[in-house]
Design a binder for this molecule. Sequence first.
Ligand code: PFF
Length: 495
Amino acid sequence: MEKRKNGFASGIGFILAAAGSAVGLGNLWGFPYKTSQNGGAAFVLIYIACVLLIGFFTMISEIYIGKRAQANTVSAYKAVNKKVGWFGLVAVIIPAFIICYYSILGGWTVKFTVNSFAGNAGILPTFSVNTWEVILFTGLFLLISAAIIMGGVEKGIEKMSKILMPMLFLIIVGIAIYSLTLGTGVNEGLAFFLKPDFSTITPKAILTAMGQAFYSLSLGMGIMVSYGSYTGKEISITKSCAMICIFDTLVALLAGLAIFPAVAHFNPELLGSSQGVALMFIILPEVFESLGLIGKIVSFAFFFMVSIAAITSVVSLLEVVTQFIIQKYKFNRKFAALIVIAICFLVSIPIGISLGHVAILEESGPAFFGLDGLTFFDSVTNTVLMPVCALFACFSVGWILKPEKAVKEIEEGGNPLPNWFKKVFPIMIKFITPALILVVEIGGLYSEITNGNYAVIVFAFGLVLLGFVIYTLFLKDSNTGTNADEKLSEEYIEN
Ligand code: PFF
């Protein structure tokens, strides 16, 4: 059989790349601060349940949809049924918006890495309003990510993941061990993180855990469809998903082990506090600063690791959009990647500026419908659109393709599934997982409405409508390409 030229060369390469997408700011920053805000250990247990009940099955569906089509997200959903090809276009539009604000945070992490030896304590308020510096670091972050995409799936994404993910893992293990040996406070920090007290759990905490599971596993935005499309028959979808979920959860737990004992040691009054942005960009730098040279080295290792996590995540977002452009318009990969980052960079500028205005004026500046750009787009994509897109995946597998057919196709290529899975999968994917996702969606909409953020909802569903209209007018009856089209690119073959 001819070797696929634009796919993952190995199962482990695919798993590490998908884990690279999943492990990001959501694990290292979001998970600890949400755990802190939502009662500690009980939240952690609920989060793990969400990974099992929602994340695992949604991920299987997304990877399966991509793998069976061997094509970009639009063509992949078209292969499910031509009528639902627009699900795939929505799954291109969402990552495009996420890139624009995630890269700003990515830029912050690069700035904090390079600034580690000068000291990061207290720089956030000045750095985040220094528009030029923010733009510079955002651009730098995007360029690094695009360079990886330009290398292609095997020689760019896979190669990078095989180097960076083990490195990230070693660094987080090292920092966790360091934290656990700090002495005073470590036990209190551990108890907060690991000893559940279910009286702290509120409905909001459950919804937060559900949303976090989606976000952390990179679901509901085409990434797993796109990465899945680059895998071959030899890869077991279920085993790969299990490993990606375990890796992602492990890193989140290690981040907790690194952060809570340190917070309890240095700032015990902050355990269980509502500090969000502050945790990673203000409190940890203060901790590092108090440790002298060792602190500077740990700070460098920590922010370097966070930058790696952010880069491997943005790379996956870029790939969804780039893959579609390459295959639909038959552009070469480098050109397509450049177009995508140029546009995303331009859109990220007003978002970066809006953050500065909010901080300077201490109120919403000339921003996005009364919110800063980061909060606005984060709510549009994470709160409203990601569950919608995940529902598309479950609906496609559970109700259009049908779980029985899915089980058969997943088993193809010598990947037998255990009997319990064959029994559980149809019920999960048709009823339970979508019902839970619906709860996340309704909860998200409710919170946006109660906060008066109607613009978020209108904008989000406007994008869904836009996806539907563009698909119907321009893509439904035209060829939207497959991975094989990229094989034809001479430049890629030379590479
Ligand atoms: N899953 C990654 C994280 O936990 O930070 C981030 C992420 C990647 C979120 C891609 C969203 C996304 F589309």
